[in-house]
Design a protein. Sequence first.
Length: 190
Amino acid sequence: MTKIKLHIAGLSFSKMQDNAYVLILAESAGTRRIPIIIGGVEAQAIAMEIENLHAPRPLTHDLFYSLASKFDITLTEVYIYKLQEGIFYSKIVAQQHDVRIELDSRTSDAVALAIRFKCPIYAEQSVVDRAGIDIEAQSESADDTADETEESEFTMKDNTELQDLLQIAINNEDYERASLIRDELKKRNL
């Protein structure tokens, strides 16, 4: 079990799914990015905390933070431990005095809480290997050999992962890569 430390690299509106956003997590000591589709409520909770904005009444994640603080509970880490059929599985790891507590969580909720508790976010090596997109490799892949590598890379991904990759390519204005991903998706839907 190898953990890779991540940080929030961005948050943007998803052009692929209605009322959804793309949360981009990045390796803290690397060049890979992990796109995660999240809902609007969670995106708002993450964005508000990043921007240091506060709602007039506590949001759910703020309420959780306040309640945990009152009972001397701190989050020590968020851990994304599995990716299955395009769904990321996460745990929040908390501490109350000498007691360690692990709770299953949606990744979007876990990240929203990590920001509030100022705790690190980690992902299992296999999750980063599978879902991570190397942005340096993308910028170096302009020749035909790279196109062949990308095509074989795409065959290993499911449709949800390909849609996430497509969204990132579009956000990065990497239209050549986006067209390759689009072509692979069209080929699969025939």
